[in-house]
Unconditional design. Structure first.
Length: 472
């Protein structure tokens, strides 16, 4: 009997303990009732309704002077499926991408590759209205362009956010016109920030997201949960042509500099010039400099009369931050400096001899000295059909040329021209022709004015010097 009584006593004690604990457990697990319709439906609809009117579809085409020379690629079924093609009178054939209205007067930001080489552009709003648009500004270095709608405003505008305020894991929505099917919304998160090894543009500093981005989304909006623009969708990583959850967007803080240039009537963006060449910090370099980790941008050389030279930046310095924003590599530095407006100064943090220093860098554009003196060559030479300009700090900076101090730059190559056939490329720096050094566009025009039995050419391309012989 005593054993049974003991068990009963213990059972009663457990019951009493559970009775005392139940109110606190119930309080911990009690679910609060939803207080709004979005909470009930768990929907992104309020955000979409806010931003959707400011997202447009971009339709573009190029008026060919010689229709018979139409590229057969446009008639390929696979190309048509992904990018549009076929007859010019087919609406889907001209659907190239998306855009975002950023000013009530009708300024639209899109990707440069969406309108590259195009002459006629139209935009379609979410309410089905269509307008012609002018190309106001092209900025291939950032893969951005600005259009102006030919219509009476005010137009719906998307609020600009702060791409430095977003974090990995934040929810985002991507809006655009994938495959020309019409405006579409996808949802995901910020997968990574400051992606610099993507190879899309000169200012490689991208937001990575897993929100589905497909062909046609280019130029569309990446927005946060407050309905603010945080990026312009630009590219995807894919082996099939469709989204696999790795998409890239240009941060809105870079977009702002392009918008400002267009609003001020500019046709190109002026950005601060450093006047120094940078390289990545490898593990070996980090160990040699006594750094804890391979991070920052190593200064390789400095032009004496440049902003970097005037600020006291020296070869061997490691730049670690711009106005307090950390710099992990040269691409990160270029982005941070590229978002700064002309005028004033930026505080550059750097390591020198193991000690931290801060210097003031003047935010000035690269000088156009000598003047470009652009010439389109039309002569009996391998360069017939190429457009050339003089080298200057501005040209070197614009085309991201490294290690070249002399020569002339090829800025355009006409399709079907002799220059195109022999392989001359935009961005080539012509150093010499038939062992004659070329210093100006006038010198090159004179050197190619007459026919030769052979041509010995020396040019710089991608950091390498190429010398070749071409028959006359």
């Amino acid at each position: 009997m005593s054993l049974i009584s003991g068990r009963i006593a213990r059972a009663l004690a457990i019951c009493a303990a559970l009775t005392l604990a139940l109110p606190s457990l119930a309080q911990q697990t009690l679910k609060q009732p939803p207080e709004s319709k979005p909470q009930i439906t768990l929907s992104f609809a309020p955000v979409v309704k806010k931003v959707q009117p400011a997202v447009v579809n971009v339709f573009a085409q190029r008026v060919e002077q010689h229709p018979q020379q139409r590229n057969p690629l446009f008639d390929d079924p696979i190309f048509q499926r992904f990018f549009g093609g076929g007859r010019p009178d087919e609406p889907a054939a001209r659907s190239l991408g998306s855009g975002v209205i950023v000013d009530s007067s009708g300024l639209v930001v899109t990707n440069h590759h969406v309108i590259e080489g195009m002459t006629d552009v139209k935009v379609a709003l979410s309410d089905k209205r269509e307008f012609d648009a002018d190309i106001v500004l092209r900025d291939p270095r950032t893969d951005l362009a600005v259009l102006r709608i030919k219509g009476h405003g005010p137009f719906p505008v998307m609020e600009l956010g702060d791409s430095d305020a977003i974090e990995v894991g934040d929810l985002v929505l991507a809006l655009g016109n994938p495959f020309g099917v019409g405006q579409t919304v996808t949802q995901g998160i910020i997968s990574a920030l400051a992606r610099t090894q993507v190879g899309i543009s000169d200012y490689g500093f991208f937001i990575q997201t897993d929100a589905a981005i497909n062909p046609g989304n280019s130029g569309g909006a990446l927005v946060d949960m407050s309905g603010r623009l945080v990026g312009i969708n630009s590219a995807i990583y894919s082996q099939s042509g469709g989204s696999i959850g790795i998409g890239f967007a240009i941060p809105v803080n870079m977009v702002k500099s392009v918008i400002a240039a267009a609003e001020n009537g500019g046709t190109k963006v002026q950005r601060p010039w450093l006047g120094a060449s940078l390289q990545s910090v490898s593990r070996e370099i980090a160990d040699g400099l006594g750094l804890e980790r391979p991070s920052g941008a190593l200064v390789a050389n400095v032009s004496a009369s440049s902003p970097a030279g005037n600020a006291g930046i020296k070869s061997g310095d490691v730049i670690t931050a711009v106005d307090g924003q950390p710099v992990d590599d040269p691409e990160g530095f270029s982005y941070r400096l590229g978002t700064k407006p002309i005028g004033g100064e930026a505080k550059i943090s750097l390591l020198r001899g193991g000690k931290q220093q801060v210097v003031a860098l003047k935010l000035a554009p690269a000088p156009e000295m000598p003047a470009r003196d652009s010439i389109k060559l039309n002569n009996p030479s391998p360069f017939s059909g190429a457009t050339i300009v003089n080298l200057s700090p501005a040209v070197v900076d614009e085309y991201n040329v490294e290690g070249v101090q002399q020569g002339v730059m090829v800025t355009d190559v006409e399709d079907g021209s002799t220059a195109a056939e022999v392989g001359v490329q935009k961005g080539d720096v012509i150093l010499s022709i038939n062992d004659q050094k070329i210093g100006t566009t006038r010198e090159m025009a004179a050197a190619t004015a007459s026919k030769h039995y052979y041509w010995k050419l020396s040019l710089a391309r991608g950091g390498q010097v190429i010398t070749t012989m071409i028959s006359g």
